[in-house]
Design a binder for this molecule. Structure first.
Ligand code: 5GP
Length: 208
């Protein structure tokens, strides 16, 4: 039996849908890289997560995140509306399931910028999701980048630095990431990520 979604196929729909997970420690430049990848691939779409964290002046509601309160987040989670969810620095983050599935069905490249805990959950329900992990060139550079964001006090920066080191180890152990990209220079890293994604799509297309 065909579902409504299948009968409403758009002219722009393809069978090329792929979920891309981009992760990396805070301060590594992953948001810039994610947005760069999104701009470089015509059918790429960015999954806007729900979060209970405080909105900063740099954040745009509905573009960077859907900012929700704890009760709404828990409602979404209980209703099965989240593909994955995780606690990061005491705040909750989650990926809207229906939107991701819809975009994937439409053949888009769906980009999830999520942490390692979330990535592990996504891979359980979408085993062919492609994982890229962004690494800092070295630890002193990461510490310096965390400081230059001026988002936390020194204690907060140190906490994120320690958490980053642990997250990198968890990422390596998770088996979720096909590639680890060292972000030496952002434009080069974006180009490298785009090449990996296009190669992977071409490989999948030739197999199907
Ligand atoms: P920030 O608050 O700095 O934007 O993000 C903090 C961390 O939460 C980052 O590592 C980011 O990748 C992660 N994150 C953002 N959205 C999601 C999400 O929907 N799920 C999970 N698991 N992590 C997320």
């Amino acid at each position: 039996m065909s579902t409504t979604a299948q009968t409403h196929r758009l002219p722009t729909d393809t069978d090329d849908g792929m979920v891309l997970i981009i992760s990396g420690p805070s301060g590594v430049g992953k948001t810039t890289i994610t947005r760069g990848v999104e701009r470089s691939i015509p059918d790429a779409v960015f999954s806007v997560s729900a979060t209970t964290r405080q909105r900063t002046p740099a954040d745009v509601e509905g573009v960077d995140y859907h900012f929700v309160d704890d009760a709404e987040f828990e409602r979404m989670r209980a209703a099965g509306e989240l593909l994955e969810s995780a606690g990061v620095y005491g705040k909750k983050y989650g990926t809207p399931r229906a939107w991701v599935e819809e975009q994937r069905r439409r053949g888009r490249l769906v980009i999830l910028e999520i942490d390692v805990q979330g990535a592990i959950q996504v891979r359980r329900s979408i085993p062919d999701a492609l994982g890229l992990y962004i690494l800092p060139p070295d630890e002193p550079t990461l510490l310096q980048r965390l400081r230059s964001r001026k988002r936390e006090d020194e204690d907060g920066i140190r906490r994120r630095f320690e958490a980053a080191k642990k997250e990198i180890a968890d990422a390596r152990a998770s088996g979720v990431y096909a590639h680890f990209l060292v972000n030496q220079e952002v434009r080069t890293t974006i180009d490298e990520a785009v090449r990996i994604i296009l190669d992977e799509r071409a490989r999948r297309r030739s197999k199907s």
